[in-house]
Design a protein around this ligand. Structure first.
Ligand code: G6P
Length: 366
């Protein structure tokens, strides 16, 4: 059934709807309720080795890189370790300084992306410590790394990645939890994250049930000249992934921007033909994000708010509502409606959803 449409119009639609199941599989046996931590049996690092990690760097291409950015934020928040993400395609060409105390994480759905594989090999040549987060068992990156986390998303056919990307972010939350619990993350906070992760599959199902409403919003804005995707801190990588999805399958230009950076340039582009999709999680930065929406509105820009907060009525031109999650996990949840938004906008424009022009599912040559 994996390579059949099972009544769906295309694979992207099917794979978006498979996400709750895919995540349940990715979580199976990996939540340790008793000790409020994660169990990642595929990682060759005991508690002492995990404690010796001084920083974490995620390497991947395309959506795997954006997922890595979500991962880096989670590691910083939960484990209080410096963490970042970089496109593997850049890393491999810039003679990077390899740090022996850094845990490098190679991220790839296919496990075959040439740039990511080259980054792994360069790391190994220089004695770096690298684990893989990969969907395809036995793939080149999985074999080369020799240890890591398998995503268990099931085969992904659509060029635009959905369920694999969601499982990547999940796996990073598990890794961040594990790194946190060998350091200073308390039992209470560990429990909060364990419960938050366990709750996400159902919350994602709830979002998928609102697909018709999201389709209506996409319909209203389908003739936009271009779009901004605005996020702040936690939700900035989610905004980047949302913009990427729109570009890939609808061919509408989209640019992701950090909310506070708008005023340093891009505000000049705002007018009534340039809608902004603004991610507004119900967290400690809510007032700041409301301020961002007001700035865009004051320049005549239409705003689509993707939010689980109560916004002042009439503030946004359209609202896409999502349920509440544990705040650290909001970026995972807020990515889901952006997939549906891109999908319905592309459908409205009559695009070939599963096979966008000029793109390949996995880029195995330079
Ligand atoms: C291609 C695909 C993207 C994907 C990227 C990385 O460019 O079109 O959707 O994110 O490769 O693929 P990987 O298999 O390494 O995750």
């Amino acid at each position: 059934a994996d390579f059949q449409l099972d009544g769906y119009d295309n694979f992207m639609h099917k794979e978006m709807h498979e996400q709750p199941e895919a995540i349940r599989r990715a979580l199976l046996g990996r939540l340790d309720e008793r000790f409020s931590t994660a169990r990642l049996g595929g990682i060759n690092l005991d508690a002492r080795a995990l404690r010796a990690v001084r920083s974490v760097k995620f390497l991947g291409c395309g959506s795997a890189y954006y997922a890595g950015q979500i991962g880096a934020n989670l590691v910083e928040e939960l484990a209080r370790l410096p963490a970042d993400a970089e496109p593997a395609s850049e890393f491999r060409y810039r003679n990077p300084v390899i740090d022996g105390d850094t845990l490098y994480v190679a991220v790839s759905q296919s496990g075959e992306t040439a740039d990511t594989l080259a980054a792994v090999r360069e790391l190994q040549r220089k004695g770096g410590q690298v684990m893989g987060v990969v969907n395809v068992v036995g793939s080149a990156i999985a074999r080369e790394c020799g240890h890591g986390v398998l995503l268990h998303s099931g085969p992904e056919v659509s060029v635009a990645s959905t369920k694999a990307v969601t499982s990547m972010s999940f796996s990073f939350a598990l890794l961040a939890l594990l790194l946190g619990r060998v350091r200073d993350l308390s039992v209470a906070n560990g429990t909060r994250i364990v419960n938050g992760l366990a709750a996400l599959p159902d919350l994602i199902s709830d979002i998928l049930k609102t697909e018709d409403e999201i389709a209506e919003v996409a319909d209203r804005f389908h003739d936009a000249r271009g779009m901004f995707f605005i996020g702040r801190v936690r939700c900035w990588p989610a905004a980047r992934e949302g913009a990427q999805k729109l570009k890939e399958i609808s061919y509408v230009h989209a640019e992701a921007y950090q909310a506070s950076e708008l005023k340093h340039g891009p505000l000049a582009l705002i007018d009534e033909t340039m809608p902004s999709v603004v991610l507004v999680p119900d967290d400690e930065l809510l007032a700041k994000n409301i301020g961002t929406i007001e700035q865009i509105k004051a320049r005549g820009g239409p705003v689509i708010a993707v939010t689980n907060a109560e916004l002042p009525s009439g503030l946004a031109d359209a609202e896409i509502r999502v349920p509440h999650a544990t705040p650290e996990l909001d970026p995972i949840l807020l990515t889901i409606p952006l997939q549906l938004f891109a999908y319905h906008l592309a459908l409205r424009l009559g695009r070939d959803i599963d096979k966008p022009r000029n793109l390949a599912k996995s880029v195995t040559v330079e």
